[in-house]
Design a protein around this ligand. Sequence first.
Ligand SMILES: C=C(O[C@@H]1C=C(C(=O)O)C=C[C@H]1O)C(=O)O
Length: 262
Amino acid sequence: MAEKKTAPSPSPSQDLTLGKVRDALIRQEDSIVFALIERAKFPLNAPVYDPSFFPQFGGRSLAEAYASEAEALQAKVGRYQNPEEVPFFPDDLSVPSIIPYNFPQVFHPASASVNVNDAIWSMYFNELLPLITVKGDDGNYASTAAADLMCLQALSRRIHYGKFVAEVKFRDAPQDYTKAIQAKDTDTLMKMLTFATVEEMVKRRVKKKAMVFSRNVTLEDKNCDVEVECKVDPSVVSRLYEQWVMPLTKDVEVQYLLRRLD
Ligand SMILES: C=C(O[C@@H]1C=C(C(=O)O)C=C[C@H]1O)C(=O)O
């Protein structure tokens, strides 16, 4: 019997709903947890982050040089034509060399440029990385930088998805949001867009995903209940969401809404 294929993650368009946007966020949790597991395979590899270790990169660390060049290549083949993608090195991008795909333009033009990638970059390297890696150096610098960029891009896509969340919440209650936007009342906006029960479920689900995705798959069913040593600490993943991912997503939402009437 043919195996059932899962549908691709939903892409918001004109029939944007909060349910669809939340489904996309749930699917992106998988990408984030897998990316973290891939990065945690390597030790910290500190030389990757030390600009003096590779002088040929002109004052940049290997991680920065890799990210900027990889983004330039990805720009050339169209990555940033998709409004879901936000580059970390926007000044280094190449001009796309392909015919643009007609991505649905969902965002209000004045709000589209909201960008918290600097905060994501500094959170990732300064706070998160020491929590998901062991100390050490195994020389796999290129693979380490590639794994870092996968994590950063997955986090950035998720956090900037806050623009879709904000747009759909605005469309669902334009009058209520308009009052708070006109008053530039960020506290009220933050309260209006926060759903504590949803956040609680997100934290519990990502913790569970980290446990499930850490499992070594064997052909013996009896191993299923054996305690596994997790490839990435589930409580770190839940903390990542609680302390950084959800607050940054909500910052994006507030920043987006503040420009929604411009
Ligand atoms: C993304 C949303 O907005 C807020 C942010 C959440 C998140 O980042 O996961 C969850 C709930 C809300 O407090 C949402 O309502 O789904």
